[in-house]
Design a protein around this ligand. Structure first.
Ligand code: AGP
Length: 613
């Protein structure tokens, strides 16, 4: 996830901006950069790699100025490099910006601007934004209006901060969708902007959080929040208690809530730099996949615990569908109870957010001892799982503090999708045309999850109706069966309601005896090849008095006559639907737990990382 900091006021901007970027350091860096207004010029320093490289550059070539913006980058479009580092400058050198998110239609905009003679300096999607702003300012519009015109042309979730030598008394920032927050820090005769408030809390605790489709024109003494049509918009002023924990939570009540809403940005970060959206090529350099290695592997075990195990179940569908490689998924704690058939043609993939789960580590060590190739999908950089593996994929989800895993789950699924694509390409089971389609599909994923999040109020209302339930059944089929299991786990681990996830087709072989009016049934009935079979399951449950909540695809009106309650998610390609479908289940569990007064971030008896067997 990218970090953004801006400042305007009497202090020296470089010190404020660099200090703020340092407090966002937990994100890691592909590159970092800073720009300040200096007289009638914009001075920029940028470097690839960690923030320390930029600090060293500034020590050699210092900057001075009282208005500045800075950025740390996770590469999405354009490899990590100095020329792709933010801030990005307009052609005429009079406007500069930093950006968080993905411009989904950047290629068509880039082609249009190049046809007008714009000479792009980078491969990033970001650069089309600043070149569009220049086009509108050249037509006589002030910075904020040029920014509005530009944002209306962008597809996808984006957050930007802009600065111009033509209007040195202001910064302009805006946010569309859930690609990253924009917090405004109100000082005395000075203003601060940041993607997360730890970057600015040492200066002020008076914070305004921009909502989606809002813009702010920020001068040293004032800030005007509007919608994208320029109309004044609601700007609630929060006074943040000086408590590092609440500071990091920002506008959210719980870390779990924050992490659920961070998922679009986390997905951008886990996809970033790994998918060439034009050629469809997937690059996973840390996996160290070679044609010889991939040709040798004839069996894959996926081994994990809890939520990560359910990610593995989805991974089986993805890898067997796309790469035609046999996959067996096993609980780490069970993997060690028998002598699995492992040899040098076997790969074992562990999935672990913490990278320190004792059962998972023990299974990995056993697999290594039996000659397997060891891979991992892991969030905690430098953790044991990452160090132990022959190849790994970092989730890039950012720190996950809430005990109930959310963004680590969805980024794991995205990484499994990428791994399935990479293995399928190397095994010759995916054609170049198919790969381009798979890449085009996943480019829309952050926006689809962002749209699912926008229905939060509906899930909150549902929680009001069902928070007193004593039992809950979650049903799914095919690739959505693991999502039913994950939904049940979320509910039971934070609300303490007994919940069970089940493959819908199995209900008639016993569990349907459980169903009566006191047993809410949540059925995943989104549009896919199993839709009609799921409708039949819903009818069977209702025939026995069950109260059915259907998770359905937007636009499906027929489902309304089949279920008691319908919650909608945007349509998604079947292989990516699990990532979108889990979001309502996360939010429903969250709101039920909050309504029951449960300790959402630290549920009883649980720990974030189970480092004991
Ligand atoms: C998930 O919400 C739980 N907190 C738990 O099941 C967790 O997924 C499991 O302990 C595995 O943790 P890991 O991903 O860090 O290995």
């Amino acid at each position: 996830m990218c970090g953004i900091v801006g400042y305007i006021g009497p202090r020296q901007a470089p010190a404020v901006v660099m200090g703020g970027l340092k407090r966002l350091e937990y994100r890691g860096y592909d590159s970092a950069g800073i720009a300040v207004l200096s007289g009638d010029a914009i001075d920029i320093r940028r470097d690839v790699g960690k923030l320390g490289n930029l600090e060293a550059l500034l020590a050699r070539e210092p900057l001075a100025g009282q208005v500045g913006i800075g950025h740390t980058r996770w590469a999405t479009h354009g490899a990590p490099s100095q020329r792709n580092a933010h801030p990005h400058l307009s052609m005429d050198g009079r406007v500069v910006l930093v950006h968080n998110g993905i411009v989904e239609n950047f290629q068509s905009l880039r082609d249009e601007l190049m046809a007008e003679g714009v000479a792009f300096r980078s491969e990033t999607d970001t650069e089309v934004i600043v070149q569009l702003v220049e086009r509108y300012m050249a037509g006589g519009l002030p910075l904020e209006e040029a920014a509005r015109q530009t944002l209306r042309q962008l597809e996808g979730a984006n957050a930007v901060v802009l600065m111009s030598v033509d209007q040195p008394d202001r910064l302009v920032c805006a946010r569309v969708g859930n690609a990253g927050g924009i917090a405004l820090g109100l000082g005395e005769g000075e203003m601060f902007i940041a993607s997360d408030i730890p970057a600015i809390l040492e200066y002020t605790r008076r914070i305004i959080f921009l909502e989606s489709k809002q813009m702010a024109v920020v001068s040293a003494d004032d800030t005007l929040v509007t919608d994208l049509d320029g109309r004044p918009a609601r700007a609630e002023l929060h006074t943040i208690a000086w408590d590092p924990v609440s500071a990091v939570k920002g506008e959210y009540k719980h870390f779990m809530q924050k992490e659920i809403f961070e998922q679009p940005r986390a997905l951008i970060d886990t996809l970033g730099g790994r998918v060439n959206f034009e050629t469809g090529c997937v690059e996973l350099p840390e996996m160290k996949l070679t044609p010889e290695l991939v040709a040798r592997i004839d069996k894959l075990f996926i081994v994990a615990c809890g939520t990560s195990y359910y990610a593995g179940l989805v991974g089986k569908y993805l890898i067997e569908t796309l790469a035609r490689l046999p996959v067996e998924v096993e609980y780490a704690s069970e993997f060690r109870t028998y002598n699995p058939i492992i040899n040098e043609r076997t790969a074992v993939l562990t999935i672990t957010q913490s990278g320190e789960t004792a059962d998972t580590l023990a299974a990995a060590e056993q697999a290594r001892a039996q000659g397997a190739t060891l891979w991992s999908i892991v969030n905690a950089i430098g953790s044991q799982s990452m160090r132990l593996s022959d190849g790994h994929i970092a989730m890039h989800a950012g720190p996950e503090i809430g005990v109930a895993s959310t963004k680590a789950f969805t980024t794991s699924l995205a990484d499994l999708y990428l791994l399935a694509c990479a293995l399928g390409t190397m095994r010759g089971t995916i054609s170049p045309a198919q790969m381009r389609q798979l890449a085009a599909d996943v480019a829309h994923l952050p926006a689809l999850v962002g749209r699912a999040l926008e229905r939060d109020a509906e899930y909150q209302a549902l929680a009001e109706r069902f928070h007193r339930a004593h039992n809950f059944l979650f049903l799914g089929r095919g690739i959505n069966y693991p999502i039913a299991m994950e939904g049940a786990l979320k509910l039971k681990e934070i609300s303490y309601i007994h919940a069970e996830g089940y493959p819908a087709g199995e209900m008639k072989h016993g569990p349907i005896a459980l169903i009566d009016e006191s047993m809410p049934v949540l059925a995943i009935v989104t549009k896919d090849a199993l839709y009609d079979k799921m409708i039949s399951q819903v009818q069977q449950a209702r025939a026995r008095g069950g109260v059915v909540i259907a998770l359905a695809t937007e636009g499906d009106e027929a489902i309304r006559s089949e279920a008691d309650v319908v919650i909608y998610v945007p349509a998604a390609p079947p292989l990516l639907a699990p990532i979108v479908n889990v979001v309502p289940l996360q939010l429903l569990s969250y709101h039920i737990a909050v309504r029951r007064g449960a300790d959402v971030d630290q549920p009883r008896n649980l720990a974030k990382s189970v480092t004991v067997e």
